[in-house]
Ligand binder design. Structure first.
Ligand code: ZN
Length: 122
């Protein structure tokens, strides 16, 4: 499975890195995450991860906490971080089985293969 480069790949514009403990978000950041992940539309973090997490290169939004600005966004983001940060990606694999058709899974495997080829220059 493709390695998800998430943590500490990209600092926030304020310079905060994920490993610095996710300080409170800047005003407006929660709304950006809400739009980015369609939070509130009914798609769970598990389904989002199943469908789109292989396209995540770097996500500076992970570097802040949304608990003060928008608790719903924070709980959604925290779940996504738990999924993407799990060693072995067991929950992500299960979500791909639960939410995707065999054809959708094959397409994701193909996209991941292309990314690996381009990143290694093959
Ligand atoms: Zn910041």
């Amino acid at each position: 499975m493709h390695t998800i480069y998430l943590y500490d790949e990209q600092p926030c514009s304020c310079g905060a890195y994920f490993s610095e403990g996710r300080p409170p978000s800047h005003p407006g950041m929660a709304a950006v995450q809400r739009e980015l992940f369609h939070i509130g539309s009914g798609m769970s973090p598990d389904e989002w991860a199943a469908r789109y997490s292989h396209q995540v290169g770097a996500w500076s939004g992970a570097n802040h906490s949304y608990a003060d600005e928008d608790p719903e966004v924070e709980s959604w983001v925290a779940e996504l971080l738990a999924i993407l940060g799990e060693p072995g990606f067991h929950r992500l694999r299960r979500a791909r089985t639960d939410y995707l058709t065999p054809e959708e899974r094959a397409e994701i495997e193909r996209e991941i293969g292309e990314m690996i080829e381009s990143s290694t220059g093959l």
